[in-house]
Design a protein around this ligand. Sequence first.
Ligand code: FES
Length: 112
Amino acid sequence: MNAGIRIRFEGHGEFDAAIGDSILDVALRNDVDLDHACGAVCACSTCHVKIDTGADALSEASEDEEDQLDTARGVTLASRLGCQARIERVPSDGVIAVSIPAWNVNLVQEGH
Ligand code: FES
């Protein structure tokens, strides 16, 4: 059910999301390039994203997710795995803002 939640992928646009969606679910539904090499089972770190605002609306990171994130490049305190971070409640301002690290985008585009 859509409770008026939106996810904004910086540089890609803003999209509807619902309780229970993962960040990866919303990206894939809207053709936002977000890599997911292991098929969303928390066994890689290619779906690494940074949550700029609205992190309070997401599920807590599990120990497995934290372990995977330890192997990701450019990890910060705002880092999550897009396939593991699920929306659990409506964010305070209705929007969850997400950045996809530049190196990840480059990986998808296989450019430089
Ligand atoms: S797709 Fe592999 S950990 Fe998210």
